[in-house]
Ligand binder design. Structure first.
Ligand code: HEC
Ligand code: HEC
Length: 230
């Protein structure tokens, strides 16, 4: 190899390794993520935004996710929404019920460790408008034995969400990693009023008592993805 060529290659190598060790989170979000995710609150939050967006809104990511989960997931993204973004575009008629058309789903981009850490930091710095999430209302009680019953039977959550036992619906995000993935205050606020957080989302706003809200939140908080919920 000619010496100047070798020098050029090693300089290029050094430049890449330097870039990786000094990863710039906000720059990664802008260049690699903004094409699919809203990083600032969209002006138009009506139904066509939900219909047209290519990925979930991330402008309130710092109010929603647990950082350790983000760092892991960005390196190894495992599907959260069984039918991708979004449900109605990725299902076809089955014999009895609609089934997910897997061939229309794509893999999520992956980040290397240093980039995942930097992107997670930048995401945690994104917070939504004041009051979007109700902070401090959830009292962190142990889920009562009623909680699973509320989720699976009484309040119909199971129709759209799975909890890792192979049952449960497909049109909402899985919740069997809910406790690892989501902040308790976010879970509480979302169940209380989904449209306050995502104006045109199809999760119904139910009239749920404060006690049941606490119970449903506790139930999801203890779902860790590793074991089946009791
Ligand atoms: C081609 C479009 C596309 C690009 C580019 C993309 N994403 Fe995504 N992202 C998606 C989709 C679709 C989902 C939903 C995946 C699922 O539910 O399994 C998603 C989900 C996520 C989630 C979980 C959100 C939630 O509410 O559950 C995070 C966090 C995320 N992406 C971060 C990023 C970051 C950081 C980047 C840039 C490095 C990025 N994404 C680039 C399409 C994209
Ligand atoms: C008709 C379907 C439907 C029903 C019924 C439903 N949900 Fe949802 N839920 C959704 C959809 C759709 C989303 C958000 C979709 C997205 O972000 O892509 C959601 C989001 C959530 C989230 C936030 C999860 C996340 O990863 O962003 C929680 C927590 C949640 N639901 C809990 C519940 C609970 C508890 C019940 C029962 C009281 C319930 N849901 C009933 C469809 C439903």
């Amino acid at each position: 190899m000619k010496p100047y060529l070798f020098a050029a290659i090693s300089a290029g190598f050094l430049a890449t390794s330097f870039a990786a060790s000094a990863a710039d989170g906000p720059a990664i979000l802008e260049s690699k993520c903004a094409s699919c995710h809203a990083l600032t609150q969209p002006e138009n939050s009506a139904l066509d935004h939900v219909w047209e967006r290519k990925g979930p809104d991330l402008y309130y990511a710092g109010d929603k996710f647990n950082k350790p989960w983000l760092v892991e997931w960005l390196q190894d993204p495992i599907r959260i929404r069984p039918a991708g973004e979004f449900y109605f575009k990725h299902v076809k008629k089955g014999d009895k019920v609609d089934v997910v058309d897997e061939s229309t789903l794509t893999e999520h981009p992956k980040l290397a460790k240093a980039d995942a850490e930097a992107a997670a930091d930048a995401l945690m710095a994104l917070t939504g408008p004041e009051g979007l999430i109700e902070k401090g209302k959830f009292k962190d009680k142990k889920a009562s034995p009623m909680a699973k019953m509320l989720f699976t039977k009484l309040r119909g959550c199971y129709a759209c969400h799975s909890t890792g036992d192979g049952k449960g619906g497909l049109s909402g995000p899985e919740l069997h990693t809910g406790g690892e993935r989501l902040q308790p205050d976010f879970i509480y606020s979302y169940i209380k009023d989904p449209q306050k957080i995502d104006k045109s989302v199809w999760m119904p706003k139910l009239n749920i008592s404060e006690q049941d809200l606490q119970n449903l939140t506790s139930y999801i908080v203890q779902l860790s993805g590793k074991k089946e919920a009791k």
